[in-house]
Write a protein that binds this ligand. Structure first.
Ligand SMILES: Cc1cc2nc3c(=O)[nH]c(=O)nc-3n(C[C@H](O)[C@H](O)[C@H](O)COP(=O)(O)OP(=O)(O)OC[C@H]3O[C@@H](n4cnc5c(N)ncnc54)[C@H](O)[C@@H]3O)c2cc1C
Length: 407
C-alpha cells in the first residue's frame, strides 16, 4: 500500500488550499472529503468578501491577524490573472449613528493606522451620498470607507484551489469519510469508509467537524477546542430599482463577536443582506428563520428604501466553524505528524492561500510558494460546471445565481 506524505482531511477551501500547496511543493498528497461534492461545508455559505480585515490586531487573535496581513499582501496577485473568477473591488463603508458608534469608527481608523493601512479613510456625509445614492442617510453621523475590499464569486475562487489540486496531482477522494486514525512508527493508518489510507502527516481541516476529527487522532485526550457553529443567514432580493440599489458593501460598526450584517451587491448584481450570527449546537441545520427574514428585510428597506419594491428571491445560510476561542485553532505537531487547522470561522476564504503558505513554510525546509493555476473558462453542463475533464457542482447559492441565473 502506498504511503502518502500527507493526508488532508476535509475538502473545504482550507483543506483544498493546503493540499494544493503541499503537492506543488513536492509532497504526495491525498485529499479526503466525506461528502459527494467538494466545498459543501462552511465554504458553501459565505459572503464572498475577500476582505482587508484592516482592524485585526495581534492582541485580538494573533494568528488570524498575521494571516489577514499576509492575505492583504498576496491576494491581489491571486486574483490578478483569474479572469474566470468574477471579482469586483467595491470597497466597503462602515456607518455610525451617534457618539458611541463614532467612537468605534475612530477606533477602527486608529487600528488601520496601527496596521499601516492607508486605504481606509473617513468620508463626509456628502461623499457618502454621492457614493451611495440609494442610501437613506437619515441619522447617519459619520462613515468610513475602506478601499481594498473585493466581492468575489465565492465558489469559483475556492475552485482555484480544487482545480489546482487536480492539476498538481493530488489524489482526490470524495465520499471518503475519515473514521479513525492509528499511528504505528512514523506512519498513520487512517480508517475511512473506502478502507485504510496510510500517510506520514495528517492535516485536520474538518471545519465544523474539526473537534471530532481531532479526537480521532488522539482518542484519550479532549481536543483543546469545541465547535459550536455560528449560523449566518442571508436574503437575496429580486431585481429592484438599479439607481437605488446598494453599490458597495455597507456595514454597521463591527463588534468582537461579528463583523455585522452586510448589505452588498452580489457578483450577479443582486442585493444581498446578511449574515446573522446565531450560535447553535447543530452542525447541519442551515434553515433561515422567519424572524431573521423579517429583521433583515426591515434593515435593508430602512437603509435602501428603493428595495421596498423588491421581493425575496431566496435565502441561504452558512455555518461558521466557531470555537470557544477568538483565534484560529492551528497547531503543528511534527513529532506526532498531526497538523490541525480548526476554528477558521469567518476569514477562511480570504486567508486560505495565506494559511496554506504559512503551514508549508513551517514544515517544508527551503519552501517557496507556488502559483495557484488559472481557472479555465467554466463550461456549463446541466447543473454542473466542467473544468478540464471533470464536472463539479456549484455548492454556493451566489455562485449558482451568477453561473446559471438561478440558485
Ligand atoms: C456565514 C458565513 C460568512 C462568511 N463570510 C466570509 C467572507 O466573506 N470572507 C471570508 O474570507 N470568509 C468568510 N467566511 C468564512 C469561510 O467561509 C470559512 O472560514 C471557510 O469556509 C472554512 O473553510 P474550512 O475548509 O475550514 O471548512 P469547511 O468548508 O466546512 O470544510 C471542511 C470540510 O471537511 C469535511 N469533513 C469533516 N469531517 C470529515 C471527515 N471525518 N472526513 C472527511 N471529511 C470531513 C466537511 O464535509 C467539509 O467539507 C464565512 C463563513 C460563514 C459561515
Amino acid at each position: 500500500m502506498a504511503v502518502y506524505d500527507a493526508i488532508v482531511v476535509g475538502g473545504g477551501v482550507v483543506g483544498a488550499a493546503i493540499a494544493r500547496e503541499l503537492q506543488s511543493s513536492g509532497l504526495q498528497v491525498v485529499l479526503c472529503e466525506k461528502e459527494k461534492e467538494w466545498l459543501t461545508g462552511a465554504s458553501s455559505g459565505n459572503t464572498g468578501h475577500l476582505g482587508s480585515n484592516f482592524y485585526y490586531t495581534r492582541s485580538r487573535a494573533p494568528l488570524e491577524a498575521e494571516m489577514t496581513a499576509k492575505a492583504r499582501e498576496i491576494n491581489p496577485s491571486w486574483l490578478a490573472g483569474q479572469y474566470n473568477v468574477p471579482a469586483r473591488k467595491d470597497g466597503l463603508i462602515y456607518l455610525a449613528r451617534g457618539e458611541e458608534e463614532e467612537k468605534a469608527l475612530d477606533e477602527l481608523l486608529s487600528l488601520a493606522e496601527e496596521n499601516r493601512i492607508r486605504t481606509v479613510r473617513r468620508i463626509s456625509i456628502l461623499e457618502l451620498k454621492e457614493l451611495e445614492p440609494g442610501l437613506d442617510c437619515e441619522g447617519v453621523s459619520s462613515a468610513i470607507l475602506s478601499e481594498e475590499e473585493y466581492i468575489v464569486d465565492p465558489w469559483l475562487l475556492s475552485m482555484t484551489h480544487i482545480y489546482g489540486c487536480e492539476v498538481s496531482g493530488v489524489d482526490m477522494k470524495l465520499d471518503c469519510e475519515v473514521q479513525g486514525a492509528e499511528k504505528t512508527g512514523d506512519v498513520w493508518a487512517i480508517q475511512t469508509n473506502q478502507g485504510i489510507i496510510k500517510g506520514k502527516l495528517v492535516f485536520n481541516c474538518g471545519g465544523n467537524y474539526g473537534d471530532l476529527v481531532e479526537k480521532l487522532g488522539n482518542p484519550q485526550s479532549v481536543p483543546n477546542f469545541t465547535i459550536k457553529p455560528g449560523k449566518g443567514e442571508y436574503l437575496i432580493l429580486s431585481e429592484d430599482n438599479p439607481e437605488q440599489r446598494v453599490r458597495r458593501p455597507i456595514l454597521p460598526v463591527p463588534t468582537k463577536q461579528t463583523a455585522g450584517v452586510y448589505i452588498f451587491k452580489s457578483i450577479s448584481g443582486h442585493t444581498v443582506v446578511g449574515p446573522t450570527n446565531i450560535r447553535q449546537e447543530s452542525r447541519t441545520d442551515r434553515s433561515v428563520s422567519q424572524d431573521s427574514i423579517k429583521i433583515m428585510m426591515d434593515h435593508v428597506q430602512s437603509l435602501y428604501p428603493g428595495t421596498k419594491v423588491a421581493s425575496l428571491l431566496g435565502t441561504y445560510a452558512g455555518l461558521r466553524p466557531a470555537t470557544e476561542h477568538q483565534d484560529y485553532m492551528v497547531s503543528i505537531d511534527l513529532t506526532r505528524g498531526w497538523i490541525t487547522l480548526g476554528g477558521i470561522r469567518s476569514t477562511g476564504l480570504t486567508c486560505s492561500l495565506a494559511l496554506s503558505q504559512y503551514i508549508c513554510s513551517q514544515i517544508i525546509p527551503g519552501y517557496s510558494p507556488s502559483l495557484v493555476p488559472l481557472l479555465p473558462s467554466p463550461v456549463l453542463t446541466g447543473n454542473r460546471v466542467r473544468f478540464g475533464d471533470k464536472d463539479y457542482l456549484p455548492t454556493h447559492p451566489l455562485s449558482s445565481l451568477n453561473l446559471f441565473g438561478y440558485m
